[in-house]
Write a protein that binds this ligand. Structure first.
Ligand SMILES: Nc1ncnc2c1ncn2[C@@H]1O[C@H](COP(=O)(O)OP(=O)(O)OP(=O)(O)O)[C@@H](O)[C@H]1O
Ligand SMILES: [Mg+2]
Length: 313
């Protein structure tokens, strides 16, 4: 992948003119490239242009329901946040390893979270660089045994991941955990590491009941059992303005206070760009062509950055 940040997008985000960005680039001799008459830059230049000052923050992407977009959205968002100059780590905790495959990584001979816990391996030694600003702890099928490992060895679910993941905040601005579609012990352990839980949901018949079950389980199994507050953010995905169901689900989310108070302002519209790019191992931001997918993920990134800003937490 090679996600690109266009000068025009940077100017819009920073609320300055394109000329002001050009001047910054020229004065500081920052590296840029040009394609189809559009100027863009990568992670290193972005660091200098945006100079984002944020608190290292861990987000899990989870939902009991499968196929809601956890992997596709975390993949696009991670790539975009790296293009804002942030240091991003993604921990693939899903035994399906979809995120890992999207990054073109064959995890067969690489340690994954299961090995790290079973053999007490240093997690930092297992992290792979995917692109500037984007690192990955890969996953493969053995991660399905994580829950057994917790149960059989009587490992403390609330500490096993946290003691390994929290120290990584020294090296990263953003840590994403892409979870499997379950409410297993490993997902519970991931939730206990997280500053925020992102619950993508799609406008389908049972999506609100899936969301409700996930919210109840987080409350019962995590908030109450461990006496901690879990920050939950609901993200509506696969919104299609032409379907009644999309409008019905959006209305239901907006009209129910327990959902509405947790809802991201941004929602993600259905776009073939997500499956098309992930299947090629590229991010949606590799191309410079404007699209709804890019617009939606970019707005989501703005909200995520706001959540991590030092004065917001
Ligand atoms: N906004 C979108 N527009 C179009 N297709 C989408 C969108 N979001 C996700 N998809 C498609 O929906 C399917 C499921 O997405 P994804 O694999 O990201 O879900 P998931 O929640 O990670 O699934 P799992 O629970 O199996 O891990 C994929 O084929 C993906 O390309
Ligand atoms: Mg997935």
């Amino acid at each position: 992948m090679n996600p690109k940040m266009q000068v025009s997008d940077a100017a819009e985000y920073l609320g300055v003119t394109i000329q002001a960005i050009h001047k910054n680039i020229k004065t500081n001799q920052l590296e840029t490239s040009k394609s189809q008459n559009k100027m863009y830059f990568g992670h290193k230049t972005a660091k200098e242009i945006f100079k984002l000052d944020i608190l290292p923050t861990c987000f899990t992407w989870q939902n009991l329901k499968g196929g809601v977009g956890k992997t596709n959205l975390s993949f696009a968002t991670a790539a975009r946040l790296a293009s804002y100059g942030l240091e991003v780590l993604v921990i693939d905790l899903d035994q399906q390893g979809n995120f890992t495959q999207a990054c073109g990584v064959d995890a067969e001979d690489k340690p994954v979270m299961f090995d790290i816990i079973k053999d007490n391996i240093n997690i930092s030694d297992c992290i792979i660089n995917i692109h500037e600003g984007l690192d990955l702890l890969p996953s493969r099928i053995e991660n399905a045994l994580l829950d057994n490992l917790f149960a059989v060895n009587g490992l403390p679910v609330d500490r096993e991941l946290k003691k390994r993941i929290s120290p990584l905040k020294k090296h990263y601005d953003i840590i994403f955990i892409d979870c499997p579609p379950s409410l297993s012990s490993s997902v519970c352990a991931a939730t206990l590491c997280a500053d925020y839980v992102i619950l993508p949901t799609d406008p389908e018949k049972f999506s609100l009941s899936g969301l409700q079950i996930t919210l109840n389980e987080i409350k019962k199994n995590i908030s109450e059992r461990y006496d901690i507050h879990v920050n939950i953010k609901i993200l509506l995905n696969k919104f299609d303005g032409r379907t009644n169901l999309s409008h019905q689900v959006l209305t239901a989310l907006l009209s129910d206070e327990k959902f509405n108070s947790k809802l991201f302002k941004s929602f993600i519209r259905t776009s073939q760009e997500f499956p098309n790019s992930i299947s090629k191992g590229t991010s949606i931001f590799d191309s410079l062509k404007p699209s709804t997918a890019k617009e939606d993920i970019d707005l989501l990134c703005h909200e995520l950055i706001d959540l991590c800003k030092k004065d917001e937490m």
